[in-house]
Design a protein around this ligand. Sequence first.
Ligand SMILES: O=C[C@H](O)[C@H](O)[C@H](O)COP(=O)(O)O
Length: 236
Amino acid sequence: MSEQDPVKLMKQQVGKAAADRVKSGSIVGLGTGSTTAYTLQYLGERLQSGELKDIKGVPTSFQSSVLAKQYGIPLVTLDEIDHMDIAIDGADEVDPNKNLIKGGGAAHTREKIVDSLADQLIVVVDSSKLVDKLGSTFLLPVEVIPLAITPVMNKIEKLGGKPTLRMGVKKAGPVITDQGNMVIDVKFDSIDNPAELEKTLNNIPGVLENGLFVGVADVILVGEIKDGKPLIREIS
Ligand SMILES: O=C[C@H](O)[C@H](O)[C@H](O)COP(=O)(O)O
C-alpha cells in the first residue's frame, strides 16, 4: 500500500485522534488490528515527547503487547488493576446503534474482556466499516475450543448460519487464536437481533466467545475523506 492509500490515511488519522484523547495517568485498553496499531504508535510518540506521562496499557492480543513494547508503552495485566479509564479498539462493522462485529484478527475474545471493563470504549474505524445492519459485509467470527468444532458448526447450521473454519495465511491448517482455539466465520442472512444472537451463540457448548459487541462502545470515531482531505467524525 502506498502512503497515499485513502483507507490507510483514514486509519492513521482516526488512530491518532483516539490517541490524543488519552490523558496522563490513565490505564488504557490497547485494541488489536491495523487501525489501533496507529493509536499505539501515537501513544508511544506522545510518551516519548513527554506530553503524555504515566500511562499503563492492557493489551488485547499478542499483537498489541508486541506493539506496546515496541513503542515503549508500559503494560499491566487485569490482575494488577482495579479499574480501566479508557479502551481504544477497532471494529469490522459498526451499526447505527454503535453495536459492532469484531474478530477479523481473531482477537475478539480478549478484546471483549478488556473493552467491556473500560469506563469508556472508543472505537476507531474508517468509513467503510459503517453498515445499516450487522453481518451485511462481514462474516461473524466465533472462537471455538478445537474438540468442539464439528458439533458447534452443526448447531450453527441449525440456527440458520453458514459456518466456515478460518484457515491460516502462510500457515497450513486453521488459524489458532492467542488462547489456542480455532475460529469459525459465520454468514447469517440477516442479524435482526444482535443482542439475542450474541447470547445464543455463546450458549453453545464449546463456543468461547463470538464477535458481536452489543452496547459496549461509547464513542465511534470515523475516519473519512472529504474533498480529498481526511476528517474525523464522532458518533456518541
Ligand atoms: O480481531 C481483531 C479485531 O477485532 C480488530 O479490532 C478488527 O478486526 C478491526 O481491525 P482493523 O482495524 O485492522 O480493520
